[in-house]
Design a protein around this ligand. Structure first.
Ligand code: SF4
Length: 456
């Protein structure tokens, strides 16, 4: 759960990187950072906080140079502290290396051990630092061979934007779990997690970086190579369901339209009589629109979102967490009173938030609450960069639908079928990772590690 961005060569590289990170803020709110390169000088600014907290005009102006790499972070491996912010920068024999990484590696333990035995001193607990050490330890003389050798050692999910001296590099693992796209602005090439970042800076979308592809962007142009053995794709289906911005195209297709199809499919699979269809804003909104269109039940906003709550300042005790959930969404009594409500949610993780939402709707006068979820039950943890809790905390991993319905307090609860979800996707089902629903992992960490994680 991170957003990555790169641009080269552009005289306003830092400004554009900052705007790009604004567009990608939903992919990580814990820290923000930009590194630039100006001749042989490197300028780096990163801190815990949102892009708007971390950067101001003076800081951006100090980040000189035509090459910029940016990152917004939500920690998945490595705790949330200043050391673990990105871009991660080191100066090695090969030169200046900066890394912005989205995804989770699954062979970190063995690589960590191997590199420590070679004398590597780790500064952080991020898996991304391993990439820097691999680049620094490569015996290859040629920079391309260095990158290929280093990436060939990685297993798991990575979409990367790298700076290696005055070269901007984009790379995606062979399964393609996380998105990464390529755009052009004037003479500059742009790399970004999602196309919404290209839109914001006025860049033209060219194409996605393909799974297993590495692009080298130099001042005089772009070179693409595909050095790794081809494998089947495993695009993260959850990016379409929840994570990516609806105005983005990821994996070459639009997120908004896909979410509407998921909602329409739900209406086909589980029709019910209701007075209104309402989403849990914002992420359930697009599936609710699709449900409403397909079922001909009017769409209403039964809850209004407060957009100004900013970062969570509340300590995570359960009582205060409930308050935090309520502060975010306020129910509209005038819409809900005496009504049979069809409530659309994009997913249920622990179930505690949904339970509070249902209680709030009842207090606002809703007569009946039918809940529909635009994906199947989440039963398994993710190894590839989405921060689901342990299996024990995923409510659907231990309980059947009736138990979850009762816990949430809805009058009925149904989840979209696996087949219905896959048929709503813009690509054939073979392209997707669905492991958090099926337990069918495209690649697993060493058996000892995965067993521990799966048993938790
Ligand atoms: S396990 Fe789920 S969340 Fe993780 S990459 Fe696969 S589909 Fe995405």
């Amino acid at each position: 759960m991170c957003g990555i961005f790169g641009i080269y060569p552009h005289k306003d590289a830092a400004h554009l990187a900052c705007l790009g990170l604004y567009a990608l803020q939903h992919r990580g709110e814990e820290s923000s950072g930009i590194i630039t390169r100006n001749g042989k000088k490197v300028h780096l600014h990163k801190a815990l906080g949102l892009v708007s907290d971390v950067f101001d005009e003076k800081i951006i102006r100090s980040l000189r140079g035509e090459l910029a790499v940016g990152h917004v972070r939500y920690s998945t491996t490595g705790s949330s502290n200043i050391k673990n912010t990105q871009p991660f920068y080191v100066r090695a024999k090969i030169g200046d290396i900066a890394i912005a990484h989205n995804g989770n590696l699954i062979n970190t333990l063995s690589l960590h051990r191997e590199l420590e035995n070679k004398g590597a001193l780790f500064q952080t607990s991020m898996d991304s630092e391993i990439i820097a050490h691999l680049l620094a330890h490569s015996q290859n003389k040629d920079f391309k061979d260095t990158i290929i050798w280093s990436l060939s050692k990685l297993e798991g999910a990575y979409s990367l934007v790298l700076m290696l001296n005055d070269i901007l590099i984009g790379a995606r693992d062979s399964f393609g779990w996380r998105p990464l796209c390529l755009g052009k602005l004037d003479e500059a090439y742009v790399l970004a997690s999602e196309t919404c970042a290209l839109d914001l800076i006025g860049a033209k979308y060219i194409r996605d970086i393909q799974p297993g592809e590495i692009v080298f962007i130099k001042k005089d142009g772009l070179e693409s190579i595909k050095p790794f053995k081809k494998t089947h794709h495993a695009f993260c289906i959850f990016e379409y369901i929840y994570f990516a911005r609806p105005d983005s195209n990821i994996f070459e297709h639009n997120v908004y339209m896909t979410r509407k199809r998921l909602g329409a499919q739900l209406a086909i699979e589980f029709p019910v009589e209701a007075d209104l269809v309402m989403p849990i804003p914002d992420s359930g909104t697009y599936a609710a629109l699709g449900f409403s269109e397909a079922s001909k039940i009017p769409f209403e906003y039964g809850m209004i979102r407060n957009h100004y709550i900013g970062r969570t300042f509340i300590q995570p005790s359960q009582v205060l967490r409930d308050f935090h959930v309520r502060i975010k969404l306020n129910p509209l009594k005038e819409v809900l009173d005496g009504k049979r409500v069809m409530l659309i949610e994009d997913s249920i993780v622990r179930g505690t938030t949904s339970r509070i939402r249902v209680k709030t709707l009842r207090l606002a006068g809703a007569k009946l609450i039918h809940m529909r979820v635009s994906c199947p039950p989440l039963k398994f943890p993710c190894f590839y960069g989405i921060d689901f809790p342990t299996k024990k905390e995923l409510i659907a991993s231990k309980h059947d639908i009736e138990w979850v319905r009762d816990f949430i307090g809805a009058d009925s609860l149904e989840y979209l079928s696996l087949e219905g979800m896959l048929n709503s996707m813009p690509l054939p089902k073979e392209h997707f990772c669905t492991a958090c629903f099926t337990g069918d992992y495209p690649a697993t960490p060493s058996s000892r590690v995965s067993k521990t994680i799966l048993e938790k």
